[in-house]
Design a protein around this ligand. Structure first.
Ligand code: R5Y
Length: 308
């Protein structure tokens, strides 16, 4: 299969795969729910004196439609990603009797971008929003260089490492684009977050780097709305379409609105240059959208404008 076989680490090189022993993994609290699994805060404490590291541990929620194979693929994927703007893989933990495998990742103390914005909204200026946007863009550029499409780029899947660093997380829906194609076509829509999806992803289930660019535009909108729940993409689209519409035809309504050139309204106090970047990400035809590398330049250019 051409699923990036040549990208797989050399099968003869010792896989730098730390195994964490379950008996030393001390549960502390639940951090959140991602695609196909919950994430827990644990302390890995082999010395038993609370000096061990805090880690984030994701286990596969068996009741979800995801299979063990999906989770194994997610582990294989995240262990091959090495980028400052992508949450770091630390290893795996085989639970007793190897009934299930857990994914061990670096713990990001500030939590999700949405929670961070709710808490720190007052002292996050435009420059910091653009810094976060540029870091997400760099993370996406890296994924594109590995031929990955994320397929679920949204503020809910961005984590905050510090006041000046955010990272992309949750690779449950990520796919590799086959070498001979420009897009990945999924077989069934699943529980799709259509309000973050490009029109071709909604109507033809086609996912590409350019559909990730569309979602990046939605993340920009979330950032400049300070992730305000009352202004979130889903809420604004449903307000426009009408809350009486049920989900399967919701997607059709949304695509028709996008065809008629309706787009999310500019967030209040959003700099015109930033709104223009969003609108470029939301070009109906995917080839008219900027690449992540040109988005980087557009964001740097907006940052210059914001220099006091
Ligand atoms: C990607 C999103 C869906 C799945 N997901 C991933 C995580 C996650 N979280 C954290 N840190 C974290 C730190 C504090 C808080 C709190 C909780 C209580 N209220 C205030 C904020 C929440 C999360 N580090 C991580 N490393 C790797 C994954 C990961 C959580 N959910």
């Amino acid at each position: 299969k051409s699923d990036g076989f040549w990208r797989r680490p050399n099968m003869f090189k010792k896989q730098q795969q730390d195994v964490f022993e379950e008996r030393y993994l001390r549960f502390i609290s639940i951090l959140g729910k991602g695609n196909f699994g919950s994430v827990e805060l644990c302390r890995y404490d082999p010395w038993g004196d609370n000096t061990g590291d805090l880690v984030a541990v994701k286990e596969l929620q068996s009741n979800k439609q995801a299979t063990v194979a999906d989770f194994q693929r997610e582990i294989q994927t995240i262990s091959s990603l090495h980028c400052d703007y992508i949450v770091k893989y630390k290893g795996i933990c085989y639970s007793t009797g190897r009934l299930s495998t857990k994914l061990v990742m670096e713990y990001l103390p500030y939590g999700s971008l949405i929670g961070y914005m709710e808490k720190h909204r007052q002292n996050v200026c435009t420059r910091r929003l653009l810094l976060f946007a540029s870091q997400i863009c760099k993370g996406m550029e890296y994924l594109q260089s590995m031929r990955y499409v994320h397929r679920d780029l949204a503020a809910r899947n961005i984590l905050v490492a510090s006041d000046t660093l955010v990272k992309i997380a949750d690779f449950g829906l990520m796919k590799i684009i086959p070498v001979d194609k420009e897009y990945y076509r999924v077989t069934q829509p699943g529980e799709s977050p259509v309000f973050w999806y490009a029109p071709e992803s909604i109507s033809e289930l086609k996912f590409s780097h350019k559909s990730d660019v569309w979602s990046f535009g939605i993340v920009l909108h979330e950032l400049f709305s300070y992730c305000d729940i009352s202004r979130n993409p889903k809420r604004l689209c449903i307000q426009k379409i009408g809350s009486y519409v049920q989900s399967p035809s919701m997607a059709i309504h949304l695509v028709n609105l996008l065809k008629d050139n309706w787009r999310l309204p500019a967030p209040s106090q959003c700099p015109p240059k930033v709104h223009s970047i969003m609108m470029q990400c939301w070009e109906f035809n995917s080839e008219d959208r900027p690449s992540f590398s040109s988005l980087q330049d557009l964001i740097e250019n907006s940052l210059l404008d914001e220099r006091e």
